[in-house]
Ligand binder design. Structure first.
Ligand code: GLP
Length: 244
């Protein structure tokens, strides 16, 4: 789906999320949301906050699982995804703190693998993710599943690509201060989500969008796996769609 600009695209994604939440409210069930960070979903979160404040959208039945977190990372750091989610969404809406999940960047290394299995188990116990939203890295990564990630990959500690670190280095004040690893939800759990919405804005994403949508399905471009998902939508602005 191609929109004139990212503002109208973001509103439409927020509307799809609100619809999912309200449908589940009507059924008296929790809505399991897979949430993303990065600059791309910021407009969506702003619109969700507006829907909560001005149109009474409640998040009381929402249980959220974020895709990823840098490792190591202190939750109170301005660069943490915990900080990002609190500032942009959680503290402005009525989601219950115990219903929000973000991979823990403070674990000791030997505990990561158990922690990741647990993270996936929690999602499974709730019946899976209802709606997963995604951005896309310049190399086609989803979450922090970098090129080479397998379609059945699990939630795990990964090494970040040089290009990913370079893109993040402006936030960290230099490449040497940018984390080398992260914990990410695996591709498998993303593919198991009932619906997926991947968003991309701007000319800079147009090549990787073309590769993801029209190229071969390959682990070199993890977003291309979504071609095989039963309900995945790419929501783009005109510039990101310009090479299609
Ligand atoms: C990070 C995040 C991804 C995100 C990507 C793109 O790597 N872990 O989930 O999709 O950045 O970032 P941006 O939306 O800022 O282009």
């Amino acid at each position: 789906v191609v929109f004139n600009d990212s503002a109208s695209a973001s509103k439409s994604v927020a509307k799809a999320i609100a619809k999912c939440i309200q449908k589940k409210q009507y059924e008296n069930k929790p809505c399991i949301l897979g949430l993303a960070t990065g600059s791309t979903p910021k407009g969506v979160y702003a619109e969700l906050v507006r829907l909560h404040q001005e149109e009474d959208l409640s998040f009381k039945n929402v249980i959220s699982f974020n895709l990823d977190e840098y490792y190591p990372m202190a939750p109170n750091s301005v660069n943490s995804y915990v900080y990002f989610m609190n500032e942009l969404l959680f503290k402005h809406v009525d989601i219950l703190p115990e219903n929000t999940h973000i991979p823990d960047g403070t674990l000791s290394k030997e505990n990561i693998s158990d922690y990741c299995s647990n993270y996936e188990q929690k999602i499974e116990d709730l019946g899976g993710i209802d709606l997963q939203i995604l951005g896309i890295g310049g190399n086609g990564h989803i979450g922090f599943n970098e090129s080479g990630s397998l379609q059945n990959s699990k939630t795990r500690l990964v090494a970040l690509d040089h290009t990913t670190r370079l893109a993040a280095s402006k936030d960290f004040g230099g490449l040497d201060k940018t984390p080398r690893t992260a914990i990410t939800l695996g591709v498998k759990k993303i593919m198991e989500a009932k619906s997926v919405i991947l968003m991309a804005w701007g000319e800079g994403k147009s090549n990787i969008i073309k590769a993801s949508v029209e190229g071969v399905v390959t682990n070199q471009v993890p977003a291309s796996f979504l071609q095989e998902h039963r309900d995945a939508t790419f929501v783009l602005d005109k510039s990101a769609a310009s090479k299609l």
